[in-house]
Design a protein around this ligand. Structure first.
Ligand code: ADP
Length: 194
């Protein structure tokens, strides 16, 4: 089984590309969604987050105050590192279990916006970077998340540049056009690697 890392900036089309990999038979692990689930349900994550951010970071009903966490780590690099040191190993353990239950698949895709920054790229067979023109990415994100252009730009500012990410990725999928064009690029990668 091949393990494929999939990354790209906000609005580039990671999730869209993941779905195409799925149609070709791959199992997709969405790190962002799984990390949220871990923070809501995993005891080690919950107690670690309470130690880092205080007991009140969870409501009485056990709901994590994500906005508060985001606002703290946005301006505090050390807290961000501590948060990552707590959550990333749990996500990777969860991903390893995901691979174990998908051994019959030819490929597993590890989709992560921070594939490079987290070091997860070192644990995959090869990595794919999804790119698109800046205007396209902004427009897509504005439409998808119902946010302003300024909000998208501010989220982009915190992400590693595509130029830097490219250094770590073996393939690039350019997603400026139709879904058919993306599908063709996915097919080329799978034909070569699997
Ligand atoms: P990411 O996961 O990288 O943030 P998404 O895959 O969610 O990006 O794509 C952002 C938005 O753009 C989504 O609403 C998606 O449906 C749309 N989108 C992505 N690629 C295309 C494309 N080639 N054609 C049309 N819409 C697209």
């Amino acid at each position: 089984m091949k393990i494929i890392g999939l990354t790209g900036g906000i609005g580039s089309g990671k999730t869209t590309v993941s779905k195409i990999f799925e149609t070709f038979g791959a199992a997709v692990y969405n790190s962002d969604l799984r990390a949220k689930k871990i923070q809501d349900e995993n005891h080690e994550a919950i107690s670690g987050l309470k130690k880092l951010f205080g007991e009140n970071i969870y409501s009485k009903d056990g709901i994590l105050d994500r906005k508060k966490v985001a606002s703290v780590v946005f301006s505090d690099e050390i807290m961000l590192q501590k948060l990552n040191a707590l959550i990333h190993p749990l996500v990777f353990e969860d991903f390893s279990n995901f691979c174990k239950i998908n051994t019959e698949k030819k490929a597993v895709v590890l989709e992560s916006a921070i594939l490079i920054e987290s070091g997860f790229f070192k644990r995959v067979d090869f990595s794919v970077l999804v790119t698109a023109d800046l205007e396209t990415r902004i427009n897509r994100t504005v439409m998808r998340d119902r946010v302003t252009k300024e909000q998208v730009l501010s989220r982009m500012k915190n992400q590693m540049s595509d130029i830097k990410k490219k250094e770590f990725c073996q393939y690039e999928i350019i997603n400026n056009g139709s879904l058919d064009e993306v599908e063709n690029q996915v097919k080329i990668i799978l034909d070569k690697e699997i």
